[in-house]
Design a binder for this molecule. Structure first.
Ligand code: ATP
Ligand code: MEV
Ligand code: MG
Length: 320
């Protein structure tokens, strides 16, 4: 018997970082996924491995520890946190494969966490639904990162384009929003846990300056919600540019991200901004009628990822 699960990456359109302080955010699932398979091990060892990410770990479930046979511990921490919450001591082999660039602001950690938990629940025949899964995945991200909003794990679980409000209710957008975005990413990775902590200490050191910025980011997201409902691309673009400026204020911008953001605008994007935690990672550019030009402009020095929004969230099953 095998348990199989997959979950999508996400793109944050508005509200990264400010969402950690309870401000609203808008994000959508995209058609790049993380896939997890869990099956019984035929020796007494439990192994977690990924060919894509080039790691292999032997689990010591009784001591909640592990031996790293190959690769970097990074993303493994999310998988282990999920395992220790659900798994017993029975030996298994878990394989992860992922189409999502890691540490690039596209929610690789959330997708891996959601897919791992869903596969574990299937493997152990534990009842779950999207609400409980999104909650549990958020707990895992929070445990690993210290601080995390529920946004990434919600989007990865439910799929679609969603608005997370100030009181943490989340609403799917009822419009068919197919705005043409180009994603650019650098080879320099960000680390969400570190970026969130850096923003928090900047905020603590300069609260009277940074607190109003965070509130303004929330207000901006609410304007953006209206603009999306009206499919008003030029307003969305204008708000993306302002949002990028605020993220720069929070200190999560980098030379590479700036380079991509301005290259995109020069090539005809009507809005461009960091997406995700920053410190490396990705930008998104809204470029109606100019996608090819913008992709070419970014690709001169960085990488382009072709993505589309998807309604498909987590998916899981058991195969005999
Ligand atoms: N090559 C790698 N192999 C394994 N883990 C990695 C590798 N590169 C980065 N990591 C780890 O992967 C994790 C990525 O999660 P993180 O939340 O930082 O990024 P993300 O989810 O892709 O972006 P965001 O949270 O901004 O959407 C980090 O813990 C990082 O240490
Ligand atoms: C930076 C952040 O807002 C988004 C990371 O994709 C962190 C979080 O919401 O947990
Ligand atoms: Mg993450």
């Amino acid at each position: 018997m095998k348990a199989i699960a997959s979950a999508p990456a996400k793109m944050i359109l508005f509200g990264e970082h400010s969402v950690v302080y309870g401000e609203p955010a808008i994000a959508g699932a995209v058609n790049k996924r993380a896939y997890v398979e869990i099956k019984k091990s035929y020796n007494d060892k439990s192994i977690l491995k990924s060919y894509d990410l080039n790691f292999e770990v032997e689990l010591d479930t009784r001591n909640k520890s592990y031996i790293l046979k190959k690769g970097k511990p990074g993303i493994i921490r999310y998988i282990l946190e999920a395992f220790y919450r659900v798994h017993d001591h029975s030996p298994i082999v878990m394989t992860l494969s992922s189409e999502i660039p890691i540490g690039s602001g596209l929610g690789s950690s959330a997708a891996v966490t959601v897919a791992t938990l869903a596969a574990l629940y299937r493997y152990h025949n534990i009842r779950f639904n999207k609400k409980s899964l999104a909650h549990d995945a958020h707990m895992v991200e929070q445990a690993v990162q210290g601080v995390a909003s529920p946004l990434d794990t919600l989007v990865s679980t439910y799929g679609g384009l969603v608005y997370l409000s100030r009181n943490k209710t989340f609403e799917p957008f009822r419009v068919n929003f197919n705005a043409p975005f180009v994603v650019g990413y650098t080879n320099k990775h960000g680390n969400t846990g570190k970026m969130v902590k850096d923003v928090r200490s900047l905020k603590n050191r300069n609260s009277k300056v940074i607190n109003p910025v965070i509130t303004a980011m929330g207000n901006l997201t609410n304007y953006a919600k209206q603009a999306i409902l009206k499919q008003d691309y030029s307003k969305i673009g204008e708000l993306m540019n302002i949002n990028h400026g605020f993220l720069d204020v929070l200190g999560v911008n980098t030379v590479e991200l700036s380079r991509m953001v301005y290259a995109a605008r020069e090539c005809g994007a009507i809005g461009s901004k960091i997406t995700g935690a920053g410190g490396g990672g990705s930008i998104i550019a809204l470029c109606p009628g100019k996608s090819k030009e913008v992709a070419r402009g970014i690709a001169k020095e960085d990488n382009v990822l072709q993505v589309n929004f998807t309604k498909r969230g987590v998916s899981s099953r058991v195969r005999m």
